[in-house]
Design a protein around this ligand. Sequence first.
Ligand code: ADP
Ligand code: MG
Length: 477
Amino acid sequence: MAQWETVIGLEIHTQLSTQSKIFSGASTAYGAEPNTQACAVDLGLPGVLPVLNEDAVHKAVIFGMAIEAHIAPYSVFARKNYFYPDLPKGYQISQMDLPIVGIGYLDIEVEGEIKRVGITRAHLEEDAGKSLHESFHGLSGIDLNRAGTPLLEIVSEPDLRSAKEAVAYMRTLHELVRYLGICDGNMQEGSFRCDANVSVRPKGQQEFGTRAEIKNINSFKFVEKAINHEIERQIALIENGGTVVQETRLYDSVKDETRSMRSKEEANDYRYFPDPDLLPVHISEEFKAKIKAELPELPQAKKQRFKTDYTLDDENASILTSSIALANYFEAVVKLSRCEAKLCANWITGDLSAALNKANLDINDSPVSVERLAGLLARLADNTISGKIAKQVFEELWQGIATADEIIEAKGLKQITDTGAIEAIIDGIIAANEKQVEQYRSGNEKVFAFFVGQVMKAMQGKANPAEVNKILKAKLS
Ligand code: ADP
Ligand code: MG
């Protein structure tokens, strides 16, 4: 049996987070009543003219700069003609021969290895409306609110070799566009969706196999599943003597399978031609220089810096740089608390992240502010409270009412470091547990934990653990 190799190229539609549409002044806000955000331009009424939204161009160039792509000094909008009810003009305005962003690349990390994935191009286009098939009793409803929403379609080279690599690429790109502030990344609302082109070939063969394109997948999980399914389908087909035909397929997440939508023979002839209503877009060197100067620190650079400057391990550095908001939160806590970065990182990726996840909250909506977490960690670092008590204080902090110092004060949680007080308790416990003392002295070291437990219980967890260990060791030996 032949060994198969998979080849994948992704086309990702990124919704640019502009206030208004790409060629009209209508709002792009999500979730409005159907057809309340579609103006005459979006409806394609006769006599209207599109006006290009500068912010969409700006955001496309930001992206191009971030992937070190060639930015076209001159790019052109074209009409892509096809008929579909949710496309009232009868054509979509897109870019064909001269896209705004040319060849660039994205580095992805798969199982600890860095792989460079080529990006062929990224072009600006308008989104279509939506057909609604539910609740219209055999009819279809059309909602044109989404018509004219700006999209940047990012096309990769066929450089990906597995579903895992495809997902890593998609995640890295998703993180990047959010860092750049050009897309909100909301996949449920369709702000970031993917068409996956998949083919297989016998290992060692130079030539690519025939590909199928799976349309409109809007989650990382589904991308992985859909691609793996498609790989299996193609291999089984070929091994049974069949041939893969070039076609568009749909992924059905309920049945977990892909099925044919249309073959190449039925494919549309889009009859692309330059849109006579729109001028070519000129990008000057000054414009590019200005955007380059404004680019934020990119995810991979930030992760590297976190590893070197804060000596974080790879996992913490990855988690903390997964969004700018989380990274900023971390850096602010380190600065304010003056604690070791590792302690801050562990609390943020541990207790805080767990609590946020549980409450389904974003770091921006954390009930524990930077100041309050820093206040707690400072008390932990200067030994005012123990690690165990810190967890208790954190739970109180989560209520969002008081600072760590106020909680520690009000609840009397201050750690007892007064050796006299600790000694007195220990003496009492030793006197009351002769049997255990005997066991310990005859070599059963495990009993030591019993004594620590007893002391902590007697002192309500507030005794300084290091102090307790030291005194117990001395008195028991
Ligand atoms: P189209 O114009 O039909 O959309 P493109 O040549 O622009 O086709 O390619 C679209 C996507 O398909 C790109 O991401 C590209 O990398 C990918 N691709 C092209 N050929 C193959 C192949 N044989 N197997 C897998 N992916 C492919
Ligand atoms: Mg395509």
